[in-house]
Design a protein around this ligand. Structure first.
Ligand SMILES: Nc1ncnc2c1ncn2[C@@H]1O[C@H](COP(=O)(O)OP(=O)(O)OP(=O)(O)O)[C@@H](O)[C@H]1O
Ligand SMILES: [Mg+2]
Length: 217
């Protein structure tokens, strides 16, 4: 039985997913909610080991299907050991990237067949699906500039791609949102982070019926 709430943040590189995941978690915690913050790929010890293989680029020569299998293996461990138990305990789980990133990067961009991704999603996540997905949207140039501005060493496997790639990633996320309007909300992530955080708080309040307005983030 799932009685918690599962919120995912999605979008291209540098759109502000990690920033907004932290802020939303802080808001909800300040109101007394029990919140688990996590991320993909990774989020559990087994999945974090696979994260390193994926983001270092070590799996890239194996091709998008092999990458999709590794993402699914990581997700299965993450869902089994962290997400599902937290939801069963009534917690709010906030996850930085989840199934929509797979559909965008391995599916729309990597051209892995959707029937294979359907099977992997079912295997890895089962019926554990987000209640709400916030798709953070900025022009690709903005996302690239923000990601570069972080100054956290060399770009990873996905960050080193060019503007055209990031534009196709953006379009694929918007298409995901259009295909699942009951679950997904597109958030304009161009304004200041405080403005984006307030917009997200409003969406969470209205979509999930959670009180999020009273606290500062
Ligand atoms: N609304 C905003 N306006 C300006 N800068 C922002 C905004 N949100 C985040 N930033 C900055 O942009 C950079 C990228 O933000 P963040 O790491 O949250 O993005 P991300 O979507 O998690 O990126 P990645 O996909 O690479 O993990 C950070 O330096 C962050 O401080
Ligand atoms: Mg991030």
């Amino acid at each position: 039985m799932t009685n918690g709430r599962f919120i995912t943040l999605e979008g291209g590189e540098g759109t502000g997913k990690s920033t907004q995941a932290r802020r939303l978690a802080a808001r909800l915690r300040a109101l007394g909610h029990d919140v688990v913050e996590t991320r993909e790929p990774g989020g559990s010890p087994g999945a974090e080991a696979v994260r390193h293989v994926l983001l270092s680029g070590a799996a890239e020569p194996l091709g998008p299907v092999a990458e999709a299998l590794l993402f699914a293996a990581a997700r299965a461990d993450h869902v089994d050991t962290l997400i599902r138990p937290a939801l069963a305990a009534g917690k709010i789980v906030i996850c930085d990237r989840f199934i929509d990133s797979t559909r965008v990067y391995q599916g729309a961009v990597g051209q892995v067949e959707s029937s294979l991704l359907d099977a992997l999603e079912e295997m890895a996540a089962g019926d554990t699906r987000p209640d709400l997905t916030l798709i953070l949207d900025v022009p690709p140039e903005t996302g690239l500039a923000r990601a570069a501005g972080r100054g956290m060493g060399d770009p990873d496997r996905f960050e080193k791609e060019g503007v055209a790639y990031h534009a196709s990633v953006r379009e694929a996320f918007l298409a995901r949102a259009a295909g699942a309007p009951g679950r997904c909300v597109v958030v304009d992530a161009t304004p200041d982070a405080d403005v984006v955080a307030a917009a997200i708080a409003g969406i969470v309040a209205s979509r999930l019926g959670l009180a999020v307005q009273a606290a500062a983030s």
